[in-house]
Design a protein around this ligand. Structure first.
Ligand code: SAM
Length: 220
């Protein structure tokens, strides 16, 4: 999602109390931002923020961090957050390739990847957020029992993501190729902006949940 550049969006972000300006300075101490010991969940590529805002409203016992690369997109999140003032939600504007400089090993409890950009050219495969390269980055920041949830309507990207887990330290614990018609995995599902748009067109939504191999759970 690349909205047109909105003049002033960088200034709004630089002055927003809801955006962490230097995430690397909080490495290892993110719980201090929220002033509690609640689990930390990330959404990478948060877009306009509907998913993470609804999650934060429904789960005040969890702290949420939304990561978004583009200022003009993050601006939409901030407009809503100014209204809602959710104390368990903050944002980082930046590229997730820096994630290991922002978060310490084992600091994060769950990562959500929702409708990640497909980067269809093979030479860009390493930029795909569920690629093996990214799974290695997530492996470092996730707690031992941490989870990764990924959903998309893009079957090619999903098949790639499933294949990439084979070279990773993660195992698939749950998987569906038709989320909205899977009563178990769809329970409590919160739709993202892209999910609503593409499911309205009739596209099926794929989803997996990953846990470390050997962690408690039921690897498939
Ligand atoms: N998650 C939202 C949804 O499901 O409606 C937005 C999906 S949109 C296709 C992907 C979003 O991920 C875009 O807003 C894009 O800017 C962001 N993004 C892509 N690569 C990123 C990266 N490396 N770091 C942070 N954000 C990224």
């Amino acid at each position: 999602m690349r909205l047109r550049n909105i003049p002033g969006s960088r200034d709004v972000i630089a002055n927003s109390p809801w955006v962490i300006q230097k995430p690397e300075t909080l490495r290892g101490s993110w719980k201090s931002v929220f002033q509690n010991e609640n689990p930390l969940h990330l959404e990478i590529g948060t877009g306009k923020g509907r998913f993470i805002m609804q999650m934060a409203q429904e789960h005040p016992e969890i702290n949420y961090i939304g990561i978004e690369k583009y200022s003009s997109v993050l601006l939409r999140c901030l407009e809503k957050q100014e209204e809602l003032q959710l104390r368990n939600l903050i944002f980082v504007r930046g590229d997730a390739e820096l994630i290991n400089t922002w978060f310490a090993d084992g600091e994060i409890d769950r990562i959500y990847l929702n409708f990640s950009d497909p980067w269809p050219k093979e030479r860009h495969a390493r930029r795909r957020l569920p690629s093996a390269d990214y799974l290695r980055r997530y492996d470092r920041i996730l707690a031992q029992d941490g989870e990764i949830e990924f959903k998309t309507d893009n079957r090619g990207l999903f098949d790639f993501a499933v294949e990439e887990t084979a070279q990773s330290s993660f195992a698939i614990t749950q998987i569906t190729y038709d989320l909205h018609n899977d009563p178990v995995m769809n329970e409590g599902n919160i739709m993202t902006e892209y999910e609503e748009k593409f499911s309205k067109k009739g596209n099926r939504i794929c989803k997996y949940i990953l846990r470390r191999k050997g962690a408690t759970g039921n690897p498939i």
